[in-house]
Design a binder for this molecule. Structure first.
Ligand code: FDM
Length: 212
C-alpha cells in the first residue's frame, strides 16, 4: 500500500562536483518517484529564495565579498532555516530529494583550508539523510561537460580539492554512483536504489541527527 498512513518519507541527498549531473538527476528522480506513486519533492541548497540565500547568491556571483568563515556559516544557516519544514514534510510521508546539503558545505569550505571539524560543527543536529548518493565523475571530465559557468568555485584546481574533501566525508549512508554513464543509466540506477530506501523508511526507520 503506497499511501501507508503514519509512515515517513526518506531523506535523500545528492552530492557531487559541479557539472556532475546532480541537478538534472535530482529532478528526474522526483518525477520518477511521483510517477510510481511515492510522493516526492525537490529541495536544493543553497536555497537562493530566502534573505540568507540572496546573500549567498550574491557572494557566488562575486557581487559581494565575505570571509571564508562568514560564508560558511551563512550556508549552514540556510539549511537550518529549512529544517522544520523538511521534518514536517518527511513526517507527512513525502520523500525529499535534496540537491546538495551539509557535505557540500564542509567539502567546499575545507577545500579552502578551513579545519574540517570547525566546518562540521554548525551543521550538527540537522536532519541526517537516510541516503547520500554521490555522483562520481573526475574533476577533469566535469570541467569538459559544457564548461563551467562564471561562478566563484567553478575552477578545475579548486574542484580537485573539493573532490578530496568529499572523500573524507563518506560514511555508511553513502553510495557512490558512476556518473560517467549515460543520463538514462544513471537515472535508472538512482531510482532503483532510492526505491529501496523509500520502502525501508516507510517501515519505521527513525530520523536521526547529523554528525552527533
Ligand atoms: N556550496 C554549496 C558551498 O560552498 N557550501 C554549501 O553549503 C553549499 C550547499 O555553492 F559551488 C557551493 C557549491 C557550489 C555553489 O551551488 C552553488 P549550486 O548547486 O551550483 O547552486
Amino acid at each position: 500500500d503506497k499511501s501507508k498512513s503514519g509512515s515517513r518519507g526518506a531523506l535523500v541527498v545528492i552530492e557531487g562536483l559541479d557539472r556532475c549531473g546532480k541537478t538534472s538527476q535530482s529532478s528526474r528522480l522526483v518525477k520518477n518517484l511521483d510517477e510510481l506513486g511515492y510522493p516526492a519533492e525537490l529541495f536544493r541548497f543553497p536555497d537562493r529564495n530566502t534573505v540568507i540565500g540572496q546573500m549567498i547568491s550574491s557572494y557566488l556571483n562575486s557581487d559581494s565579498q565575505l570571509d571564508d568563515r562568514t560564508i560558511h556559516l551563512l550556508f549552514s544557516a540556510n539549511r537550518w532555516e529549512k529544517r522544520s519544514l523538511m521534518e514536517s514534510k518527511l513526517q507527512s510521508g513525502i520523500t525529499l530529494i535534496v540537491d546538495r546539503y551539509a557535505y557540500s558545505g564542509v567539502a567546499f569550505s575545507s577545500a579552502k583550508g578551513l579545519d574540517i571539524e570547525w566546518c562540521k560543527a554548525p551543521d550538527m543536529g540537522l536532519l541526517a539523510p537516510d541516503l547520500v548518493l554521490y555522483l562520481d565523475i573526475s574533476p577533469e571530465k566535469a570541467s569538459e561537460r559544457g564548461g563551467y559557468g562564471g561562478e566563484r568555485y567553478e575552477q578545475l584546481e579548486f574542484q580537485k580539492k573539493v573532490a578530496q574533501s568529499y572523500q573524507v566525508l563518506q560514511d555508511a549512508s553513502w553510495k557512490i554512483i558512476d556518473a560517467n554513464r549515460t543520463v538514462e543509466d544513471v537515472e535508472e540506477h538512482m531510482r532503483d536504489i532510492v526505491l529501496d530506501y523509500v520502502k525501508t523508511c516507510r517501515n519505521g526507520k527513525s530520523l536521526s541527527q547529523l554528525w552527533l
